[in-house]
Design a protein around this ligand. Structure first.
Ligand SMILES: [Cu+2]
Length: 69
């Protein structure tokens, strides 16, 4: 299991937080996500054997938000 913290840009409300969480939860190997609107951060517990950090970032981008490690 690995943990990564990503900087997410473009979230403006709780709905955005939910969208990001949902996008991440849909990926295999994602165990837990903690998304902070105040900090513009997502911290993600995931299994690197099932999903890569690039895939995590791609899912957030697909949901409509900018992200950087
Ligand atoms: Cu929003």
């Amino acid at each position: 299991m690995a943990t990564t913290t990503l900087n997410v840009h473009g979230m403006t409300c709780g709905g955005c937080v939910s969208s990001v969480k949902r996008a991440l939860a849909n990926l295999p190997g994602v165990r837990q996500t903690d998304v902070s609107l105040e900090k513009n951060q997502a911290s993600i517990d995931y299994d690197p054997a099932q999903v890569s950090s690039e895939q995590l970032m791609a899912a957030i981008r697909d949901a409509g938000y900018d992200v950087e490690a």
